[in-house]
Design a protein around this ligand. Structure first.
Ligand code: KG4
Ligand code: ZN
Length: 357
């Protein structure tokens, strides 16, 4: 089964072709990503209108390149998948409409993919991870702990009350005059800093639930920085190291709580799976390894280019759904907001309807 996947929910224009064999193994035939980082850098964050326009300009080219590199013709495809949300609506419309056009002209099934579901299923593309597993998704827009129990069966165990972890890294970088995106810069600075110099809070630590809150940490960091301004290079490094250490401690505590909830409800997870750009952070990866070991499980952390936004994860989620006969009609709507557990709720409704028949 060969599926084209299109991703345009944020600042990456991406397309990929992925093959899924009958035994459920995945193979990436092509994976093309065009980052818009340069277009947005001057603004210190993603500007929705600029993103949508850049997607329009680049998407045809990126799809063409993905098809050529995979050695595929549109007629060879078994389905066309596109991220239908959640994300910046202008960009989502561009990607989904393009997918609809190809599906209509080539008479192929359309699969509208929830971007978060695609992150959640990537571990099955790279490692054929069996259900149920515990997903830690940490990106610029999302911070979630999810029980992944099957295709379309996701239960959110924890989420952030305010900022996403990646967002907290980005805001810290901006405050300290480092570039965008901030995560990698803060990590680099932290390497030569003292993580114990500033006493920053560990919000939500010790709570039974598995939720996050990061805005207090960000404010505490700003206050410390203001106290000692103007900042020397060493001050910046120490602030970054102290911030990253606080985040690492929070992740350890909140994920421990999440894994406890998982075990109580569903038994032992087959794996702890990391996804999202923040999973690139080596200090955070270390703590995830430790956690997986603690619960007698393994850490599945897909390679970096598959942790951050990409087309292969959309194509793969499309292939997984297509294999179960789950396709969408051409009137499916793009969505700015689309919580993962809503998919599970809709599935429950479907099953109930089927039972009534
Ligand atoms: O998943 P992603 O590419 O895009 C979405 O937000 O969906 O994640 C990007 C986020 C940014 O906030 C970026 O600062 C963060 O991931 N990030 C990192 C690192 N690399 C990227 N955060 C901490 N440490 C890193 N090394
Ligand atoms: Zn993402």
């Amino acid at each position: 089964m060969i599926v084209l996947g299109i991703e345009t929910t944020c600042d990456e224009t991406a397309a990929a072709v992925v093959e899924r064999s009958e035994d459920g193994r995945g193979k990436i035939l092509s994976n093309i990503i065009l980052s818009q980082v340069n277009e947005h850098a001057a603004f210190g964050g993603v500007v929705p209108e600029i993103a949508a326009r850049a997607h329009v300009e680049a998407l045809d080219l990126i799809i063409g390149r993905a098809m050529r590199e995979a050695g595929q013709d549109f007629d060879d495809l078994d389905g066309i998948a596109a991220a239908a949300g959640p994300g910046l609506i202008g960009g989502v419309i561009v990607g989904l409409t393009t997918a609809k056009a190809i599906a209509m002209v080539k008479r192929k099934p359309l699969i509208a993919i929830n971007h978060l579901e695609a992150h959640a299923l990537t571990a099955r593309l790279t490692d054929a991870t069996p259900f149920p597993y515990c997903l830690f998704l940490a990106s610029g827009g999302h911070t979630q702990i999810v029980a992944v129990r099957g295709i379309g069966d996701y239960v959110r165990l924890g989420t952030t009350m305010d900022d996403a972890i990646g967002e907290a890294f980005d805001k810290t970088a901006k405050l300290l005059g480092l570039g965008y995106p901030g995560g990698p810069q803060v990590e680099r600075e932290a390497l030569r800093g003292n993580p114990a110099r500033f006493a920053l809070p560990r919000p939500m630590q010790g709570r039974k639930d598995a939720d996050f809150s990061l805005s207090g940490l960000k404010t505490a960091l700003r206050l410390e920085a203001e106290k000692i301004a103007p900042l020397s290079d060493q001050d910046v490094a120490d602030l970054c190291a102290s911030f990253q250490q606080a985040v690492v401690d929070v992740v350890l505590d909140r994920l421990r709580a999440g894994l406890r909830l998982f075990r109580a409800r569903y038994g032992a997870p087959t794996a702890l799976v990391a996804a999202g750009g923040v999973a690139a952070n080596l200090a955070i990866r270390k703590v995830l390894h430790r956690l997986a070991f603690e619960v007698g499980s393994v850490l599945v952390a897909p390679p970096l280019e598959l942790c951050t936004d990409n087309g292969a994860m959309i194509a793969w989620a499309g292939a997984e759904r297509l294999a179960l006969g789950m396709t969408d009609t051409l009137d499916v709507a793009p969505r700015a907001r689309w919580p993962l557990d809503e998919i599970a709720a809709a599935k429950g409704k479907l099953q109930r309807t089927a039972a009534y028949k």
